[in-house]
Design a protein around this ligand. Structure first.
Ligand SMILES: Cc1cc2nc3c(=O)[nH]c(=O)nc-3n(C[C@H](O)[C@H](O)[C@H](O)COP(=O)(O)OP(=O)(O)OC[C@H]3O[C@@H](n4cnc5c(N)ncnc54)[C@H](O)[C@@H]3O)c2cc1C
Ligand code: FES
Length: 308
């Protein structure tokens, strides 16, 4: 259903496309659908209320869905393109930054926050784009080494400048939406900061996009060296808080990003939250922040679920 809708220029909310993250949940109002794969992230209660995962199902008849209109995203064309590694640069012991060069005749048009799939031989993995669109068309990725990971082995042991890869994208619907609220809360763990960085660059570049009175950025890692970047955007009023779960933090908070947001007393009824990173952070942040007053429609997420 996700692919069929896209072919008709309609963007449906999605992230992992494998049934794991639950972002593509939609209620069927009319018509018949059929599962093509297991809908892992649906509860029994959701199933009984007619909720489905559009990434896992096909339509058997014409259907009517209760979904948000994602407007602009429907016009974003998904392409498969060749690309070459332009540069590789270690950001920390276990995170590498990869700059990709695309053919000058085939630029990738995307919205900050979206991700691409990298295809190498028979392997395909998803990575968020860590930059807002640039004049030179480069795409920057921030990739964490996963122990015994198939694609990690390539990035950390074999990859070199000028290697030829393929990408498919842009994918995902994790990008800024228009809202009436005044507080923008951006949450990340680990390399989940990549799409947040792209969104912050977009806010800094285009004055019209920033309709918020205050922007809060909470970035979590286990220890200080996991936080390999310091957001610095004099263009807007930003409150950056680093959050460490496994060591003392002299300059930020201790524990988990979702708890730090609640402890800070941000008025969540007047906020929109974008959360990116581990599945556990996203699930906990969704539950806790909604319980603390955030409108469920104002929680957006991209979970870095495993591709296999
Ligand atoms: C929408 C989306 C965006 C993503 N963006 C990024 C990004 O910007 N940067 C980035 O570093 N990663 C990102 N990921 C995760 C990435 O796609 C891969 O899953 C990850 O890099 C591991 O791939 P691999 O081939 O090295 O490991 P695999 O061979 O796939 O896995 C090896 C083992 O590690 C486990 N594993 C794999 N991935 C994870 C994970 N994320 N968390 C916990 N356990 C895991 C597997 O279950 C398996 O047991 C994203 C994932 C999604 C769905
Ligand atoms: S469960 Fe469908 S996009 Fe993640």
């Amino acid at each position: 259903m996700l692919v069929a809708a896209r072919m008709q220029g309609i963007a449906l909310e999605h992230s992992c496309r494998t049934g794991r993250c639950g972002v593509c949940k939609a209620r069927v109002l009319a018509g018949v659908t059929e599962p093509l794969q297991v809908e892992d992230s649906l509860t029994q209660d959701e199933r009984s209320r007619g909720i489905i995962l559009t990434c896992c199902r096909t339509a058997v008849t014409d259907i009517e869905l209760d979904i948000e209109d994602l407007g602009e995203l429907g016009n974003v064309e998904v392409k498969t393109l060749p690309c070459r590694i332009h540069a590789l640069h270690m950001l920390s012991d276990d995170v590498v930054e990869v700059a990709l060069r695309l053919p000058p005749t085939s630029p990738l048009h995307y919205l900050p926050g979206q991700y691409i799939d990298i295809i190498k031989g028979g392997i395909r993995r998803s990575y968020s784009i860590a930059n807002a669109p640039r004049d030179d068309g480069r795409i920057i990725l921030q990739i964490r080494k996963v122990p015994d990971g198939e694609m990690s082995r390539y990035w950390f042991e074999e990859a070199k400048e000028n290697d030829l890869l393929r990408l498919e994208g842009p994918l995902g619907t994790f990008c800024l939406r228009q809202t009436q609220v005044s507080q923008l809360v951006l949450l990340a763990t680990g390399t989940g900061i990549a799409p947040i960085k792209a969104i912050l660059q977009q806010l800094a570049k285009s004055a019209g996009v920033n309709t918020y009175r205050k922007i809060h950025v909470y970035w979590g890692g286990r220890v200080e060296k996991d936080l390999y970047w310091t957001p610095d955007f004099p263009e807007f009023d930003m409150n950056y808080v680093s959050v460490l779960s496994r060591s003392l933090n002299s300059s930020g908070a201790q524990g988990y990003v979702q708890d730090a947001v609640i402890a800070a007393g941000i008025n969540l009824q007047d906020a929109v939250v974008y959360a990116c990173g581990s599945e556990s952070m996203i699930e906990s942040a969704r539950n806790k922040l909604i319980a603390a007053g955030l409108g469920p429609e104002n929680f957006h997420s991209d979970a870095f679920v495993s591709s296999n």
